[in-house]
Design a protein around this ligand. Sequence first.
Ligand SMILES: C[S@@+](CC[C@H](N)C(=O)[O-])C[C@H]1O[C@@H](n2cnc3c(N)ncnc32)[C@H](O)[C@@H]1O
Length: 203
Amino acid sequence: MNALPDAPATARNRDAILAALQFELRDCKSVFEIGSGTGQHAVHFAAAMPWLVWHTSELAENHDGILAWMKSADLPNVRPPIEYAAGGVVAITDTFDAVFSANTAHIMSIAEVGRMFCDVSRLLRPGGIFCLYGPFNEHGQFTSDSNAVFDSGLRSRKSSMGIRDRQELNRLAAGNGMAELRRYAMPANNQLLVWRKPAQSIV
Ligand SMILES: C[S@@+](CC[C@H](N)C(=O)[O-])C[C@H]1O[C@@H](n2cnc3c(N)ncnc32)[C@H](O)[C@@H]1O
């Protein structure tokens, strides 16, 4: 098995995210994570929320790292990665009580973000919630100088990357039958946004 990959930011942000998720996911039995990255969030959150099953997903090239973290953590409630790429073919037929994703919306193109919201609305059971963590703009404005610098770095790496506007995400959510439920301010000018699919689905 490969060495454990490390994304240092996960150690800095995981406890603030966890505090919010412990409330949002208190009645959930299953969570599907989009873009699990190294798998460090998955094992940290699953260990702290033993009442739910954490389903990981990633691009195929990142599966070995997630499997290595799963092996190291040896938890009964983390499932091996499913191949999921927003914008690609989605072969997942299961539904989940919640979907979680961290730091993915600014990596995906805006078209892929749109596909993610469409997929999330199908992956969620009626009444399910979507929790999305990351940096977000407000009405087209950066919320901090550090986010502006971060955005500039992203766009110079790849022009389709960039910090997304919360209002645009709300429009994508609404277009897929979900409504903003709550939002949490997080350290380092990040936020956790939560949308809910109605119990009586309209999509
Ligand atoms: C910045 S990393 C965040 C990883 C992890 N969630 C975290 O917070 O440490 C972004 C992740 O999104 C994944 N990703 C990129 N494009 C994607 C897409 N179209 N659909 C799903 N995941 C994607 C990448 O493979 C990468 O692991």
